[in-house]
Design a protein around this ligand. Structure first.
Ligand SMILES: *Cc1c(COP(=O)(O)O)cnc(C)c1O
Length: 355
C-alpha cells in the first residue's frame, strides 16, 4: 500500500533528493568513493557546497549584502548563536510557540529580552497582533511558522529595527524579502534535507559589532570567512540539500512552491471545515500552510483513536498531533504531493460516512 508521509520533521523529501543522494553515497561524482568517505575540502565537495550556496541565493533572491552559511547544531543552536552575535544590549521577541520560547530562554543569557507579545494564553493557537516593538532593540525575533501549533505569520511585521527569523519549517515555501532581515535561520529537516545542516543567511554589516568575545565555532564571521568550512560541515546533509534546491529550481522556483502549497492547504482546510467530525485548532487567519492541525469536534472526541487506526490502515503516516496540542497534524511541506492530501481528505470522508 502507498504510504503518505505527513511527518512534521524529519519529514518527506522528494524522490529526486533521495535517489541522487543514495547514488552519491555509492559513488560520488565519479570518484569511485562514497560521499561519506571523501574530504570535505576536495574539489568535488567544495563544488557541491558552492553550488548549494549559490542556489539558496538565487532561489530566495538574496541581496549581495547578505551571506549564506551552512552550520551544524540544528536550529536550536541558532537560539544561542543569534544573541551571541547580534544582541548587544536588548532584543525583542514574539512568543508564538515552543520554539520561540526556547529562543527567548537562550537570548536571556546574553542581555535584556523584551517579549512584545505572547499567544501562550490560548495554547499558541493564534499569532499576536497590535503590539509595539522598542526602537532601541538590536533586533526583533520572529518564528515565521510554528510547526507544533500550526500557525504562520502571513504578514511580516513592520518594525523600525532589523528582523531575525527562525524559518525552519517554512523556508523555501514562499518568497521572502531578505533585505528586511539581519539573520534568517532554518534547520534542514523540514523542507530541505535530512537533519544535519542548518542554513543561516546573515547581513554582513550586522556582524563584528560585539564587544564580548565569541567562541570561534559560534561566530558567524568565522564561518562566513571560511565558506562554511571552518570545521567539517555535515557533508551528506549539504549534498541532499543541493538536490532539493535543484529540484525546486527545476519546478520553477519558490513562487511555484508557494502556489502548490496554497492549493494543497486549501484542499485539506476545506475538508476540516466541512467534515462534521473535525475542527481546526489554529485561528483561521493564522493557519499554517505547512503544518495543518486539527482535532475531533467536541461531540466526537471519543473517536480520536479510532480515526488514528483508520487513517493508519489507509496509509497515512505521521498525522499524530504534537503532545502539547493533541489530535492530528498533517505536515504539507514542499515535497508532499497533492495526491497525499487528496488521500487524507478521502480517508476523512470515508470515516465520516462509516459513522
Ligand atoms: C524543528 C524546529 C526547530 C528545532 O530544530 P532542531 O534542528 O531540532 O534544533 C526550531 N524551530 C522551528 C520553527 C522548528 O520547526
Amino acid at each position: 500500500m502507498k504510504k503518505h508521509n505527513f511527518y512534521a520533521g524529519p519529514s518527506i523529501l522528494s524522490r529526486y533528493t533521495i535517489k541522487n543522494t543514495a547514488d552519491a553515497i555509492l559513488d560520488f561524482a565519479g570518484t569511485g568513493l562514497s560521499l561519506m568517505e571523501v574530504s570535505h575540502r576536495g574539489k568535488e565537495f567544495v563544488a557541491v557546497c558552492d553550488e548549494a550556496r549559490n542556489l539558496v541565493k538565487e532561489l530566495l533572491d538574496i541581496p549581495s549584502t547578505h551571506d549564506v552559511i551552512f552550520l551544524g547544531g540544528g536550529a536550536s543552536m541558532q537560539f544561542c548563536m543569534i544573541p551571541y552575535n547580534l544582541l548587544k544590549k536588548k532584543a525583542s521577541y514574539l512568543d508564538t510557540g515552543t520554539w520561540a520560547s526556547k529562543a527567548i530562554k537562550e537570548a536571556k543569557i546574553f542581555g535584556e529580552v523584551e517579549v512584545v507579545a505572547s499567544s501562550k494564553d490560548k495554547n499558541y493557537s493564534y499569532i499576536p497582533k497590535n503590539y509595539t516593538v522598542s526602537d532601541d532593540s538590536d533586533y526583533f525575533h520572529i518564528t515565521t511558522n510554528n510547526t507544533i501549533f500550526g500557525t504562520q505569520l502571513h504578514h511580516i511585521p513592520q518594525v523600525n529595527i532589523p528582523l531575525v527569523a527562525d524559518m525552519s519549517s517554512d523556508i523555501f515555501s514562499r518568497p521572502v524579502d531578505v533585505s528586511l532581515y539581519d539573520a534568517i535561520y532554518a534547520g534542514a529537516q523540514k523542507n530541505l534535507a535530512p537533519a544535519g545542516v542548518t542554513i543561516v543567511i546573515v547581513r554582513r554589516d550586522a556582524l563584528g559589532k560585539m564587544e564580548r568575545p565569541i567562541p570561534s565555532m559560534l561566530n558567524y564571521q568565522i564561518h562566513v570567512d571560511n565558506n562554511s568550512m571552518y570545521n567539517t560541515p555535515p557533508v551528506v546533509s549539504i549534498y541532499a540539500a543541493l538536490q532539493t534546491l535543484k529540484w525546486y529550481k527545476e519546478l520553477g522556483g519558490i513562487s511555484v512552491m508557494q502556489k502548490k502549497n496554497e492549493e494543497k492547504a486549501a484542499v485539506l482546510y476545506d475538508e476540516i471545515d466541512r467534515n462534521k467530525l473535525f475542527k481546526g485548532t489554529a485561528a483561521t487567519e493564522d493557519r499554517s500552510l505547512m503544518n495543518i492541525c486539527f482535532v475531533m469536534n467536541d461531540e466526537y472526541r471519543e473517536l480520536e483513536s479510532e480515526f488514528s487506526s483508520f487513517a493508519a490502515a489507509a496509509g497515512m503516516i505521521g498525522i499524530k498531533g504534537h503532545r502539547s496540542v493533541g489530535g492530528f497534524r498533517a505536515s504539507t511541506y514542499n515535497a508532499l504531493p497533492p495526491e497525499s492530501v487528496k488521500a487524507l481528505v478521502e480517508t476523512m470522508q470515508a470515516f465520516e460516512k462509516q459513522r
